[in-house]
Design a binder for this molecule. Sequence first.
Ligand code: FE2
Ligand code: FE2
Length: 193
Amino acid sequence: MVHGARVSSTPEVLPAPDLTVWQDRVRLMVKPRRFEHVLRVARLAFDIALANGLDAERAYIAGILHDIARDLPDAELLKLAPPECDIDARHPLALHGRAARTLLERWGFADGTVLEAVEDHTTGPRPHNGVSKAVYIADVSEPGRGVNDDIRELAMTDLDAALRRAIHSKVTYLQGRGIAVHPRTLRVHEALL
Ligand SMILES: [Fe+2]
Ligand SMILES: [Fe+2]
């Protein structure tokens, strides 16, 4: 069953004794088509992590959890993740990664690596978190998206190169259209250059 609240985020401790409990929660919280996406992301994140010598089990779990807040109403997202910037305030959907982390922590989920991957899947992974990179790439390139096949393939041999390509194309796409880029994504982009 779901374990009790813990303050620690020790990465050595596996987060959930029973993944099916968390998976069932996600299934209840998202639309059916989203849940299919979630399963594809988890499987692909597992494969990418394995291919890159990373913790594939954590990547799978983070994939299962990453969109748990994706179908919540804007008002709920804003409560769970108070805006940090203009973009967050104007587009609360941008908050669903951070909101997911808040929810999971409240429910006693305590694995820091997975929580960070869930939080950062909307804006981009931090450099030290390989699991987060695997989830980010899986999210943007899972086969159901119908785009980014090249990024998915590249990730199997060079995850950082795939990440650079994914973040760079996102930033240049938005900037080319005069759309503001989230400050967190800009920080990731600068770190990768
Ligand atoms: Fe998402
Ligand atoms: Fe997703």
